[in-house]
Ligand binder design. Sequence first.
Ligand SMILES: Cc1ncc(C[n+]2csc(CCOP(=O)(O)OP(=O)(O)O)c2C)c(N)n1
Ligand SMILES: [Mg+2]
Length: 547
Amino acid sequence: MGEINGGRLAARQLKASGIDTIFTVAAGPMVQVLIGAVEEGIKVVNCRHDLSAANAASAWGWVNKKPGVVVLGSGPGTTNGVTGLYVATDSAMPLVVFGGSVGTGSGGLGAFQETDQVRFAAPGSKWASRIGSIRQMPDMIHLALGKAISGRPGGVYLDFPGNIVSEMVDEDSIPLRTMLPQVSVPYPDPRAVEQIADMLANAEHPLVLIGKGAAWADAGEPLRRLVDRGIPFVASPMGRGTIPDDHDMSMAAARNNAIRGADAVLMVGAKFNWMFQQGMNLAKGVRIAQIDIEPEEMYSIADVEIGLFADCAVAVDQIDKALVSRTLRSASNDWVSQLQETVLKNSASLEEEMTSDSIPINHHRLVADVRDVVDRDAYVVEEGEVTMGIMRQLMPAFLARHRLGAGSTGCMGVGFPYAVGAKLANPDKQVVAVLGDYAFGSAAMEIETCARLGINVVVVISNNAGISAHTMQARFPADAPPVGAMIPADYEKMAEMVGAYSERVTDPAELQPALKRAFAANSVAIINVITDPDAGKGRRTPRTMYI
Ligand SMILES: Cc1ncc(C[n+]2csc(CCOP(=O)(O)OP(=O)(O)O)c2C)c(N)n1
Ligand SMILES: [Mg+2]
């Protein structure tokens, strides 16, 4: 019987829990966990910033429906990951941060990188705790992974004291946790199902709102049956694709009319947060029903009348079945046709911009060309402000959990790492990230990670030379030094430095050919597109462009 250290034990437990990929910035005292992972055949993805590693892990987890695991070093390594925990928890993405820390019993005596990491992590986490002894390690890892993935997914922190990571034990003396509980989903209360069916049937203007909880629950098939009865829907940014955006009940392009005009709303797996204007744009007297796996979500500014605590897929299926014996009152009015008309009108109003040949390149043209080139089942990541807003306007999604973006925290810097995580979870599918120049820059060194590990994502930079193009700079006095404006840099040269593929595109006619070459490049690729710094000027405030 040989001896192993705590790091190897952690790796064995991860493998036993079905984790085949982990993310990291290699650092003490966690190196033994990483060595153990390599020895156990787990893929170790070393990123170029701890936060990027955490974000990549979140995306890997979200796409895979597994906990994404990131292993970080002590002190700043782990505190850099704290934003990742907050973003994951707020965006309901399953992330587990293993943070190596100074050994137990040091307690403020000036050891290297000593700080109270559990306390740093706690407010951003669903759960934060510390391994107290090597005997507990498999149990604590089992617990942490379970906490991240169950109920409403989110970020979880587990502290690994360095002395426990390097402690030696007989390899068979501590049993691993090999049983993964098959947890049933909560079934809906049939009385609430009937009430919601009545509410929808009696409404003049029913509307379904779809959030990422519906995507997480794979509620697409029952949702499609429900809306096929003639009920329009609008999805949140990361809920998009749960029903394909080209469905004729999709009112993404008439979102405001749909939300303002509805007299009955069924919210499926989303919050009434800022993305849905906290419900404040809903009509007076609107009736609201909400389905969520987390009952506390029913409490918000919106007046929710019927809260259905249940799995979204099962609940929607049962509501749909309950509607079989009912006739929708809205079937005999023009609610749907009016909205569809608005969709056509709004979409047509963008036609000129989508086909614009202007130089610098129009953002709508860029997004339309990306849209026309990518596969239907591609993973698409959007980030920036102007750029992300226009992506949300124009870029459709066709499958659940195939669209990632800055999410409910609006955190810049997630885009490139999310693309990395999505590609590692699904190497055979196209992954394209359309990022603002600032957004790209905040995690740009992941280009080296991709080149090193053969992670062939296509990064399209919307290079409008500024934060929110030049709308941020325009708020400063005319003679102010550049604050929000930036150099329209030669980002394509960052690909050259790691032997990756890149192009700089200034002519809109070159967009589609360049994108096609990028997808065919068999390497990570950067397409640096010089877009219009004046985009968005004087039209809307930047914040509303997020949605
Ligand atoms: C972590 C973080 N820091 C700062 C911000 C504030 N912020 C919002 S959008 C943005 C940058 C937008 O510029 P860019 O990525 O170039 O996209 P554009 O709007 O120009 O298309 C920043 C810094 C943020 N949302 N998140
Ligand atoms: Mg920009």
